[in-house]
Ligand binder design. Structure first.
Ligand code: SF4
Length: 357
C-alpha cells in the first residue's frame, strides 16, 4: 500500500470522529506536555478535568516550577504513578534553569527533560512544533502490526524495529502532528485490542491480519509481567476528631503521598501481637493493651507490577504518646482533604464521608 493510500484511509476515518480536546486549541509545548503526561495515566474523559485544573493553577512552565511538591501531588491525586508528577516538577525546573522558562522546540532537547521518553518527545515535537517524529505507543504498534502482518514480538527490539521502519515510511511529512494523533486515536477507538471494528474499517481490504484471520493473534508479545501481591494493614487511630497519618518515604511506591499508619506483612490477616510490636517499635512507652474493634477490607488494587490487598483496622488503645519521635502526626479528620492520598485510600476516605468528592 502506498503512503498516500494509507493516509487517505486514515484521515477519512479520523475526520469522521474528530473530538474536541481543550489542549488542541493553539497548543503550545507546555500544554501538550501536560496533556500527554496526564493521558498516559487515564482516559480523555477523566483526564480533561485534571488538565483544565492544572492549566488554571499553573498556566506557565515557570508557575509549575515554583509550585511545591505537595501542591503538585495533591493536584495529581487519583491519577496514580506519582513519580510522573514529581518528574514533571523536576522538568519544569530544568526548563526554567536551562531554557529560560521557554519549552524547548528541538526533539533532542525535549527528550533530555526529566521523565520524557521517546514517545512523549515525539508527541510534543509533532503536535506543538511540527517535528517529523512518529509516536510509537501500544495503540500505534498494534495497528501497524495488524495491517502489515508483523509477527515479531512488539516488546522485543526486532519487532519494534520492524514497526518503526513502516511508520517512518508512512508518516505525513507535511503534518506529522495530525498523523500521530490520527494513528493514536485509530488504535484506541477502532483497531482496539479486543473487538476491533474490522467490518467497517477503511483498511479491511488491505489489512493482512484481517484477511488472514489473524486479528486476535496480532500483535505478538513475548513476555507477560508476573505480579506479586503485597499485604497492607492500615490502622485507623482516632483521638477525638483527629486521626494519625504520615508521609510515605523515598524508595517505594507512592513516595511523598500520605497514608495511615501501616503494618505490612506476608499475608492477608493481622494478629494483635503484630499491632503491639508495631507500637513498641515506634514508641516503647505506650501500653500493651490494644483492641481491633472493626476492620474493612478494601478492593484489590492493581499496579503495573503489583497487586495490593489492603485492610483498614480501627484500633482502640492508649496511643497518647504516639507522635513522640515518630513520622506520624494527628490531623483533624475535617482537614484530610488538604493531603494527597493514594487512590486506594482516597476511595475509602471518600466512601466513608471523610473527604468530599
Ligand atoms: S481491519 Fe481490523 S485489524 Fe485491520 S486495521 Fe482495521 S480494525 Fe484493525
Amino acid at each position: 500500500m502506498k503512503e498516500s493510500e494509507f493516509l487517505g484511509k486514515l484521515y477519512s476515518w479520523h475526520d469522521s470522529i474528530e473530538r474536541y480536546l481543550p489542549w488542541k486549541e493553539n497548543a503550545d509545548g507546555y500544554q501538550v506536555w501536560v496533556s500527554e503526561i496526564i493521558l498516559q495515566q487515564t482516559r480523555v474523559e477523566q483526564g480533561t478535568p485534571y488538565y483544565l485544573r492544572f492549566m488554571q493553577k499553573w498556566p506557565t512552565v515557570s508557575a509549575l516550577a515554583a509550585a511545591s511538591e505537595d501542591e503538585i501531588l495533591k493536584m495529581w491525586e487519583g491519577l496514580g504513578y506519582y513519580s510522573r508528577a514529581r518528574n514533571m516538577h523536576a522538568a519544569a525546573k530544568q526548563i526554567v534553569a536551562i531554557h529560560n522558562g521557554q519549552f524547548p522546540k528541538n526533539y533532542e532537547e525535549i527528550l533530555a527533560l526529566k521523565g520524557i521518553g521517546p514517545y512523549t518527545a515525539a508527541a510534543i515535537s509533532s503536535f506543538a512544533f511540527g517535528g517529523k517524529h512518529a509516536v510509537m505507543d501500544g495503540n500505534v504498534m498494534r495497528v501497524i502490526a495488524r495491517i502489515y502482518g508483523i509477527d515479531s514480538p512488539i516488546d522485543k527490539p526486532a519487532g519494534r524495529k520492524a514497526i518503526q521502519k513502516e511508520i517512518d515510511r508512512l508518516i505525513d511529512e507535511k503534518n506529522p502532528g495530525r498523523f500521530n494523533q490520527a494513528m493514536m486515536d485509530f488504535g484506541a477507538l477502532a483497531c482496539k485490542s479486543a473487538n476491533p471494528f474490522c467490518q467497517t474499517c477503511n483498511f479491511n481490504d488491505v489489512c493482512i491480519a484481517f484477511k488472514a484471520n489473524l486479528v486476535s493473534q496480532l500483535p505478538v508479545k513475548a513476555g507477560k509481567i508476573t505480579k506479586k501481591t503485597r499485604y497492607f494493614h492500615y490502622l485507623w487511630l482516632q483521638r477525638g476528631d483527629e486521626i494519625a497519618i504520615k508521609r510515605r518515604e523515598k524508595g517505594d511506591i507512592w513516595e511523598g503521598l500520605y497514608e495511615l499508619p501501616l503494618i505490612e506483612n506476608q499475608n492477608s490477616s493481622l494478629q494483635i501481637e503484630e499491632v503491639i510490636q508495631f507500637f513498641k517499635k515506634i514508641n516503647s512507652a505506650v501500653s500493651d493493651q490494644y483492641i481491633i474493634n472493626h476492620s474493612s477490607k478494601l478492593d484489590r488494587h492493581v499496579l503495573t507490577h503489583l497487586y495490593l490487598e489492603a485492610t483498614i483496622y480501627k484500633i482502640e488503645g492508649n496511643f497518647e504518646l504516639f507522635t513522640n519521635n515518630t513520622p506520624y502526626f494527628f490531623v483533624p479528620i475535617e482537614n484530610l482533604d488538604n493531603f494527597a492520598f493514594p487512590k486506594l485510600l482516597l476511595r475509602f476516605l471518600t466512601a466513608n464521608g471523610h473527604i468530599n468528592r
